[in-house]
Design a protein around this ligand. Structure first.
Ligand SMILES: Cc1cc2nc3c(=O)[nH]c(=O)nc-3n(C[C@H](O)[C@H](O)[C@H](O)COP(=O)(O)OP(=O)(O)OC[C@H]3O[C@@H](n4cnc5c(N)ncnc54)[C@H](O)[C@@H]3O)c2cc1C
Length: 380
C-alpha cells in the first residue's frame, strides 16, 4: 500500500514528492555520515541545490516557485528528506524558516539581494531567537537594538542557532524600546562573533552568536518596529506543520527498519513478526504513522489558505506527529532487541534524531499549554 493514501495528494504534490525522494535516494549512501556533520555536508548541499527544491520556500517574485508558499508542499518534501537524513531535512527546512521573516517583512531591495540566493542555496539562512538564558519564553530576550542615525546597533547573544557559522544572514529577534523587533544581520557583519555550538546526541549545525556593537543599515529592519511577534507567528503558521511532516518521515523510516528486521529474524521457530506482541507493536506503529500523516497533510493544506487562522491545527499536528514518531522509533528499537542498541545502526540514528523534534519550534508542553488556553477561552 502506498504511504499517504488516506489523504488524496494531488498531482503537483505527488510530483514534488518524487523529486524529494530522488534527492533522498542520492543522499542515502552517505546519510549516516551527513547526520554526524556539524558543518554543511557538501554532498547534501550539492544534491539539494541540483534539485531546485529550495525554491518552494521562497516566493516566486524572488526566484521561488509559488506566489504564496504552500505548507503542504513543504511538509511533503520534508517527509521525504527526513526519511533518509535529518541533516538534509534541516538544510531544506531552514532555508524557509530562516528567510520567511525577510520574505514577509523585508524591504524590496533586501528581498532582491538575498531571496534568490536562498532559493538557489547560494546563501544559507538562519533564524536567531534563542539566547543562553531564554528559550520558550522569548519575551524575556535581552539582545538589544537601538537606532543611531541611518544605522541600527545590536548588542547581545544568541544560542543554539541552526546554521550558526554557515549562514549568510540571520533574521534576529531583538528588544527595541519596550517592544520586540526583527533585523537581518549578515553573517560577516563586523562585531558578530560565532562559536561552535553544543554537541548534541543528534548532531546538528549549531552556533553561538555574540553581537558587539554590530551595525547594519536601517533598511535591514524586518517588519514593523516593536511588532516582531507578528512576524514570528506568520513564520510558525507556515512552517510548524512542516516539522510534523519531518516527524512522519522519520517514523516511517523507523517502522520500515523494524519491519524488515522482524520479517527476517526468527525466534521460537517463527519470524519475530508472528510473535503476537511484536506484530501488535508494528501494527500500532503503522496506525500511528498513517494517522499522523493524514493529520499533517490536512493541517498543512488548511494552512495554505489561512496560515494564522489554522495555527491551532498546525500545533496539534506538530504535537501529534512528533510524539508519535518518538513512540514509533522506541517500539521499533524494542522489537529489534539487542540489534537496536548497536551504535552506528540506522535505528540508533533514527532514535537520536527523533528527540529534538519534540523540543524545537515549540516544545510539546508549550504547544499544549497554548492549546489549553485556547480551549479555556472557548476556542473551537
Ligand atoms: C536541534 C536544535 C536546533 C535549534 N535551532 C534553533 C534556531 O535555529 N534558532 C533558535 O532561535 N533556536 C533554536 N533552537 C532552540 C529551541 O528553539 C529551544 O530549544 C526551544 O525554544 C526550547 O527552549 P529551551 O530549550 O531553552 O527550553 P526551556 O524553555 O528551558 O523549556 C524546557 C522545557 O520546559 C517545558 N516548558 C517550557 N515552557 C513551558 C510552558 N509554558 N508550559 C509548559 N511547559 C513548558 C518544556 O517541556 C520544555 O521542553 C534549537 C534547538 C535545538 C535542540
Amino acid at each position: 500500500m502506498e504511504a499517504g493514501q488516506l489523504f488524496d495528494l494531488g498531482v503537483q504534490h505527488r510530483k514534488v514528492r518524487e523529486v524529494a525522494r530522488e534527492v533522498a535516494a542520492k543522499v542515502e549512501p552517505f546519510a549516516a555520515e551527513a547526520d554526524e556533520a556539524v558543518t554543511v555536508h557538501q554532498g547534501c548541499l550539492d544534491a539539494l541545490r541540483a534539485s531546485g527544491l529550495a525554491r518552494y520556500v521562497v516566493p516566486a517574485a524572488y526566484g521561488g516557485h509559488d506566489d504564496v508558499l504552500d505548507p503542504l508542499t513543504i511538509a511533503v518534501i520534508r517527509e521525504a528528506l527526513m526519511y533518509t537524513s535529518a541533516h538534509l531535512d534541516s538544510m531544506f527546512g531552514m532555508q524557509g524558516v530562516g528567510s520567511y521573516s525577510l520574505s514577509v517583512g523585508g524591504t524590496e531591495e533586501l528581498k532582491r539581494q538575498w531571496l534568490p540566493k536562498v532559493a538557489s542555496l547560494d546563501a544559507i539562512a538562519g533564524l536567531a531567537l534563542t539566547e543562553p538564558e531564554v528559550g520558550s519564553d522569548l519575551r524575556a530576550i535581552t539582545t538589544r537594538m537601538t537606532a543611531d542615525g541611518d544605522e541600527l546597533v545590536i548588542n547581545g547573544r544568541k544560542s543554539f542557532i541552526t546554521n550558526g557559522g554557515a549562514a549568510a544572514f540571520y533574521c534576529t529577534l531583538v528588544r527595541e524600546g519596550d517592544g520586540w523587533s526583527m533585523v537581518l544581520i549578515p553573517g560577516d557583519a563586523p562585531g558578530l562573533q560565532i562559536e561552535r555550538g553544543a554537541d548534541l546526541i543528534a548532531p546538528h549545525i549549531l552556533g553561538e552568536l555574540t553581537f558587539t556593537d554590530v551595525r547594519v543599515p536601517a533598511s535591514h529592519r524586518l517588519g514593523v518596529p516593536g511588532k516582531a511577534f507578528s512576524l514570528m507567528l506568520q513564520t510558525l503558521a507556515v512552517f510548524r506543520v512542516s516539522v510534523a511532516g519531518s516527524a512522519v518521515g522519520l517514523a516511517q523510516a523507523a517502522l520500515d527498519e523494524a519491519k524488515a528486521h522482524v520479517l527476517r529474524r526468527e525466534q521460537f521457530g517463527r519470524p519475530l513478526i508472528e510473535l503476537g506482541a511484536v506484530g501488535q507493536k508494528l501494527a500500532q506503529s503503522w496506525t500511528d504513522v498513517e494517522a499522523a500523516r493524514a493529520f499533517v497533510y490536512r493541517a498543512a493544506s488548511l494552512a495554505k489558505s489561512d496560515p494564522l487562522g489554522h495555527l491551532d491545527f498546525s500545533s496539534m499536528a506538530k504535537v501529534h506527529a512528533t510524539e508519535a514518531a518518538a513512540a514509533v522509533v522506541d517500539r521499533s528499537l524494542q522489537v529489534m532487541g539487542r540489534f537496536g542498541l548497536v551504535r552506528g545502526s540506522k535505528i540508533e540514528r533514527l532514535y537520536r534524531n527523533a528527540r529534538p523534534l519534540r523540543i524545537y519550534e515549540g516544545a510539546t508542553e508549550v504547544l499544549l499549554d497554548s492549546l489549553a488556553r485556547r480551549l479555556a477561552k472557548g476556542g473551537r
